[in-house]
Design a protein around this ligand. Structure first.
Ligand code: AGP
Length: 602
């Protein structure tokens, strides 16, 4: 039998406690929506039986319907899905159930041997109703129960049966506990007073619980109202029994995971940057010292990151070259595997990630460590997998970033790189000074007047489906990041090119009325004038971002020149532009089409 394996990359949440589970689960899932919003579902188990509801589309639409019908049971689980393979339809939505409907499971990750398991389970008489790899889990548990195992034993057997990565929460009708297990996919447990919240991420349960347990890999646990039990799993390193470790306090506050007075998380997070950058500059992480020592002794330096974090990596490479005349290489995380053979002893890999859960970046780090490289990580999300995989962690401390588009974590990455490189510099104050200058200009760049100015730029661009962004040196990094933001949230085919490359091909894209945004600094004004006149000759309309307008600027966005640190402030108007464009094009900037924030599958 051929089936299309649907790999799961999503948000999961569970609840056991004293409150009705359904509203808590829906609420927790809504704060996990940045991990996926193709479909969602919850299951609540009570004396009244199993209540299972699933829906295609975002949780807001599901909320009303489910809450009016849900029973008051106090144990349950839920899921919000980002479909990577397999349609985003009702059949593939979680939770998945066993044939008898008594075992319910939510899963995040990829079960690589799902096909073989499914074939065997079908031969044993199990009926499957979805394309997902996840559905093998409730059937495996049911099969174990049929063969006489207890639920504890059936769950404990899973690590020896499943190949791949998984975070799993399961519940069985008639049993007052949730069963949880993780390997290679994130799963933490929020701890309240007599209530527990297993979830993919801390923001999910933050309004309910401010203490957290970070689950170890491949150790199955059962969670009831009176505590957590460690089961005797195949991979378990410690004996079965009560979980006695003290939960860790969470440093995030509830406001950090709500929109407050803002319409979207994206604009809230853009506006927070004066504070996030300021905090990082005012109290630099202590680990910068160890990290800089590692870099000082490095035989070679590689940066790895995906998407926005890759752009920050390019900035790291740019900073090392321009301020320290040091050679390094920035590599897209997923491409690192093809360059790993070139790693030599003494290499240091600097991995960048907002979430700390990006599978491509974690894979790059694993490869690097296997080959003896030392690994420094710049990470925003506390307690994430990358913080455990790296040798030295520089926390970005920009707080939870819930909009799919990375904004404040990007500028924090640039600031952290500036601080790191500065430690190796003969003029150790230079980096912080320029970063402070850039930070100070943020107040002006996010003022009402500046936002209105960007809104008029957005009006000029809104009807275009294609946009070119051009810069040189550090400005090219901004062009790349701006293009990514505009693509993601506004659905415009925005492409970035280094200024010098235009005549080698991209100029062919320019026609009468084509919009082009040019980025430049003080030293590049003359070059930018030449580029602009070349583009205008071909019919382009020129918009400019720099310290002063060009003769041909149709609209200019002034950004104070702070040397290499200009990249920190220069991106702000472009984040605002992407946001305004999304709104004008009637798109939800927090939930871009086909995307999820944390890409936890390869
Ligand atoms: C940024 O706007 C994107 N959503 C995406 O490119 C992101 O930067 C990428 O997936 C890497 O994520 P990370 O920083 O959490 O590793």
């Amino acid at each position: 039998m051929q089936y299309n394996c649907a790999r799961e990359m999503c948000g999961i949440a569970g609840y056991v406690g004293h409150r009705p589970a359904a509203p808590v689960l829906v609420d927790c899932l809504q704060r996990l929506e940045y991990r996926g919003y193709d479909s969602c579902g919850i299951a609540v188990v009570s004396d009244a039986g199993v209540f299972l509801r699933r829906s295609v589309g975002p949780i807001a639409e599901f909320r009303e319907e489910v809450l009016s019908a849900a029973p008051t049971g106090t144990i349950g689980l839920g899921h919000t899905r980002w479909a990577t393979h397999g349609r985003a339809d009702l059949a593939n939505a979680h939770p998945h159930a066993s044939c008898d409907g008594a075992v319910l499971v939510v899963h995040n990750g990829v079960i690589e041997n799902a096909f073989e398991l499914r074939e065997r389970l079908v031969r044993q008489g199990h009926r499957f109703t979805s394309d997902t790899d996840s559905e093998v889990v409730p059937h495996l548990l049911e099969q174990g129960l049929t063969e006489g195992l207890s639920m504890d034993e059936a769950v404990s057997k899973l690590p020896s049966q499943l190949v791949g990565s998984y975070a799993i929460v399961a519940v069985r009708q008639g049993q007052d506990e949730l069963f949880v297990l993780r390997k290679g996919s994130p799963l933490v447990v929020g701890v309240g007073e007599g209530e527990y919240f297993p979830a993919s991420d801390i923001p999910s349960f933050l309004p309910y619980a401010q203490r957290v347990i970070y689950l170890s890999e491949d150790e199955p646990f059962a969670i009831g109202r009176s505590g957590i039990r460690r089961l005797q799993g195949a991979g378990a390193s410690r004996p079965a029994g009560p979980y006695l470790e003290v939960p860790e306090p969470v440093s995030l506050n509830v406001e950090s995971v709500s929109k407050g007075s803002f319409q979207h998380f994206m604009i809230k997070e853009i506006m927070e940057q004066v504070g996030t950058i300021g905090r990082l500059l005012e109290s630099p992480p202590a680990t910068l010292a160890t990290a800089s020592e590692l870099l000082r002794g490095a035989q070679s330096i590689k940066f790895v990151g995906a998407g926005t974090s890759y752009h920050a990596s390019l900035y790291g490479q740019f900073l090392l070259a321009t301020t320290l005349h040091l050679d390094s290489e920035a590599c897209v995380s997923s491409e690192f595997q093809f360059r790993a053979d070139a790693l030599r002893p003494g290499a240091v890999v600097v991995a960048l990630s907002q979430s700390g859960e990006t599978a491509d970046t974690l894979q790059a780090v694993r490869i690097a460590r296997d080959r003896g490289a030392r690994v420094i990580a710049l990470v925003n999300s506390e307690g994430s997998s990358l913080t455990r995989a790296a040798e030295v962690v520089i926390p970005l401390r920009s707080g939870p970033e819930l909009s799919v588009a990375a904004t404040k974590s990007y500028t924090s990455q640039l600031v952290a790189l500036t601080l790191l490189v500065e430690r190796l510099s003969p003029d150790p104050m230079e980096g912080a000074r320029t970063a402070l200058e850039a930070r100070d200009s943020l107040l002006e760049l996010t003022s009402d007047a500046a936002r209105a100015h960007i809104a008029s730029l957005a009006h000029n661009l809104a009807r275009h489906s294609q946009l070119l962004l051009i810069g040189r040196g550090g400005n090219y990094v901004t062009a790349l990041e701006a293009a990514l933001k505009i693509k993601e949230v506004a659905g415009v085919a925005a492409q970035a090119f280094p200024g010098g490359e235009m005549k080698h091909g991209p100029l062919a894209l320019v026609a009468e009325g084509s919009p082009v945004i040019l980025f430049y600094d003080r030293s590049q004004v003359d070059q930018a004038e030449l580029a602009a006149s070349e583009l205008i000759t071909r019919g382009a309309v020129i918009y400019t971002v720099g310290p002063q307008p060009l003769r041909s600027s149709s609209l200019h966005v002034r950004v104070h020149d702070a040397g290499a640190a200009t990249a920190i402030s220069q991106i702000i108007p472009m984040q605002l532009l992407a946001y305004e464009l999304a709104k004008l094009r009637q798109l939800d900037p927090d939930h871009p089409k086909n995307l999820a924030k944390s890409v936890t599958v390869l």
